[in-house]
Ligand binder design. Structure first.
Ligand SMILES: [Zn+2]
Length: 322
């Protein structure tokens, strides 16, 4: 059993191996239909792994995948997981105009909302592409009904990152006064710099012990929840190989056979839940338990927690840069 009481967030970007930004030059979106889909079986594998541990995760679904695999999205939803969107066509935001970005977001939201019958309020940008150049996207997210975001990576990278961005959950105040709860992917602070540690290629490339050390440091020393992210294709060493640059191939294919083992170990040694759960510390299981028992959640307890959350978040208010 995990010793640490802090609930961390576990998130999945539901896309296939040919959607990634690293391959966008060799596989344009009009060719996507030509590739065999593997996202359905790989996401099913993830659902099985989460189910064995009774963990609920947040799935950021690419609109294109929701259109192709509606049953998969319904199954994720039925499993009690949280569903957000990863946009429709996996285009990085800073290469789009504001209205193009809005249309991509709307298209993906509509497909997923029609499937689920409920509003999608959680977003993650393709390749964490809300950067200093595309901070305007936060206002569009707010205008389109997004309340939770996980798109700003507080680190240095050639595709993404704002190295000075806050490392932990905080509120972004938008120009119209609305607020978005921002939950960044995890980094560790060493030698005055932020190093990404806990997800995607970093989870695959680093030894498990390094990832575990980083999460323990975040939980036990900094008293904060960690945010882990992964992709269904990262559990699939047998996926077709794409002929791209060696850097892209290294980033995409290295240690694919280690992801599942590392994920299973993380789920065993740390507490994980969906983004909103980890953000407000409220267990969905507890909520479900109340509902199953036909009871209303204890309102005093709930309102106390909510007011604590508001105070906690207020202390982290970070004004969105214009
Ligand atoms: Zn992605």
């Amino acid at each position: 059993m995990p010793r640490n009481p802090i609930l961390n967030a576990i998130t999945v970007d539901v896309e296939d191996y040919f959607h990634v930004t690293a391959f966008e030059r060799v596989i344009p979106p009009q060719d996507w239909d030509d590739f065999p889909l593997r996202v359905e079986r790989n996401t099913t594998r993830l659902l099985e792994i989460f189910s064995l541990r009774g963990v609920h995760a947040t799935f950021f679904v690419l609109g294109w995948v929701a259109r192709k695999c509606p049953d998969l999205i319904r199954r994720i939803h039925r499993g009690g997981h949280e569903i957000g969107t990863h946009g429709y066509a996996h285009r990085v935001i800073y290469r789009q105009f504001r209205e193009e970005f809005r249309q991509d977001l709307r298209q993906s939201k509509k497909i997923i909302e029609d499937l689920l019958g409920s509003a999608v309020k959680i977003y993650r940008a393709p390749s964490y592409s809300i950067t200093a150049k595309s901070m305007w996207a936060m206002d569009v997210l707010g205008e389109e009904g997004i309340e939770y975001d996980s798109s700003i990576f507080p680190t240095v990278h050639d595709i993404y990152g704002i190295p000075t961005a806050p490392r932990f959950p905080h509120l972004k105040v938008l120009k119209n006064g609305q607020m978005i709860k921002e939950f960044p992917p995890s980094t560790v602070r060493l030698f005055g710099r932020n190093f990404p540690v806990a997800g995607g290629g970093y989870l695959r490339l680093f030894p498990y012990r390094l990832t575990a050390w980083a999460i323990r440091k975040i939980n036990e020393v900094e008293r904060q929840p960690a945010m882990i992210y992964l992709h269904p294709w990262e559990l699939d060493p047998r996926q077709p190989r794409i002929d791209a640059s060696w850097v892209s191939r290294f980033r995409h294919y290295q240690n694919l056979d280690s992801t599942e083992m590392k994920l299973r170990r993380l789920l065993k040694e740390f507490r994980f839940g969906a983004l909103k759960q980890a953000l407000d510390g409220r267990a969905l299981e507890e909520e479900n338990m109340h509902q199953r028992a036909g009871q209303e959640a204890t309102t005093v307890e709930q309102s106390a927690r909510r007011s604590a959350l508001r105070t906690w978040l207020r202390s982290r208010v970070h004004r969105a840069s214009s």
